[in-house]
Ligand binder design. Sequence first.
Ligand code: ADP
Length: 296
Amino acid sequence: MEQALEAEDLGKRYGRAWALRDCSFELPAGRVAALVGPNGAGKSTLLHLAVGLLKPDTGRVRVFGREPHGAPATLGEIGFVAQDTPLYRDFTARELISLGGRLNRRWDAALARDRLSALGIPPDRPVGKLSGGQRAQVALALALAKRPRLLLLDEPVAALDPLARREFMQALMGAVAESETTVLFSSHLLSELERTCDHLIVLQTAHVQLSGSVDELLDGHRLLVGPRDAAPPDGVEKVVRAAHTERQSTLLVRSRALPAPAPGWTEREVSLEDLVLAYLADTETRDVETAWEVTA
Ligand code: ADP
């Protein structure tokens, strides 16, 4: 399987503080991946390393097998929508599209123009005078005009209202469905993840807490509700998060299908949101016994 993006013990620090540390994951080509974590987790740092704007302090990052820093050939394959879509605000969309044609070897101006016209975005108004949602669509159209093999977006919808957010994600999903572009978008919002991504990377305080295909991650976890003082059922590999009421415990556990229904425990379906929240709540996953001692 071809990897669009790989990190191996990747680290970046500012002064003495690590913004990203011991970061390892693989993102197979063709996936639509969400990079999830709270503000300050290291998401922008990771994206800037992937797009070659930053150089790693430790380890390696590779885009389609090659390190992106100082490698123009690789950069030509990456589309990047930076946070807050910092476009030249005095320029119109039409001017930005023509400028892009001069700066990029591979450039599909018609694709950008058609996208914006389908969305009714005025091509001759300075982008600084468009709404936040329209500006985000212009930034997306420009990134897609590059026909990138890997499209990276840093918090593309954070500043948008819910309607503009949904329209942007629909536009993004529609665009990638028609191409073979691999997408990685960062978000500190969990809503709509389930509908939009098939791959997940969870970052928390500079570390990767979880990464993999959404189907496999959901398949490998269970939500169990049982009596408060009972030990976790057999077959549980790790307790990721435990929450307790006076009588009951709810455990989000890492485990394939349990061998048999454990007496006293009921199993509930895990949602992507449950999973992300559980991994964000723990700064590290712990083995069953330690977790039980700590939380019981
Ligand atoms: P996120 O995108 O998840 O909000 P960032 O990658 O922007 O996180 O930041 C990760 C950490 O690195 C934070 O603690 C942030 O304060 C720090 N950081 C980011 N950029 C710089 C910088 N240019 N100089 C110093 N510290 C920085």
